[in-house]
Design a protein around this ligand. Structure first.
Ligand SMILES: N[C@@H](CCC(=O)N[C@@H](CS)C(=O)NCC(=O)O)C(=O)O
Length: 123
């Protein structure tokens, strides 16, 4: 039964992820030098996520629209990044944005908070 629910959840997630790719529209366009600067800045950010999680899809959609090439790491069972999320952030919950700034590391949970942070910093 557990496996069946997981299968249905992943199937729904796959449908949502496909719909997202088909409907997400265009990326924010910036001057090449500005985009280059942003590409450098986002190297200090990492998104821990599940491919089919609706909250992760919402966050990835915002990243796409803001044209932020942030590295994504799968935190699914069996992934080597799962332990890093648990150790660093304290829990397995996605999405989680790892922010490295001024020698400090912050683990930000909650899709709405992550999106707000990205919009405030990069929009
Ligand atoms: N309110 C949170 C909800 C996040 C959430 O429920 N994520 C689920 C996946 S969709 C999760 O990480 N569950 C833990 C697990 O599956 O181990 C948000 O908006 O980010």
């Amino acid at each position: 039964m557990k496996l069946f629910i997981k299968l249905i959840r992943n199937l729904l997630g796959l449908i949502i992820a496909t719909a997202d790719v088909l409907t997400r529209g265009t990326k924010l366009k910036r001057a090449p030098e500005t985009q280059q600067q942003i590409n450098t800045e986002v190297q200090d950010l990492t998104l821990y996520q599940f491919f089919a999680c609706p909250f992760c899809i919402k966050t990835r959609r915002a990243m796409y629209k803001l044209n932020l090439p942030i590295e994504k790491r799968s935190a699914s069972e069996g992934s080597p990044h799962r332990e890093a999320l648990l150790q660093g952030g304290g829990k397995i919950k996605v999405p989680c944005l790892r922010i490295e700034q001024d020698g400090k590391v912050e683990w930000m949970y909650e899709s709405s908070q992550i999106i707000r942070y990205l919009e405030n910093r990069f929009a």
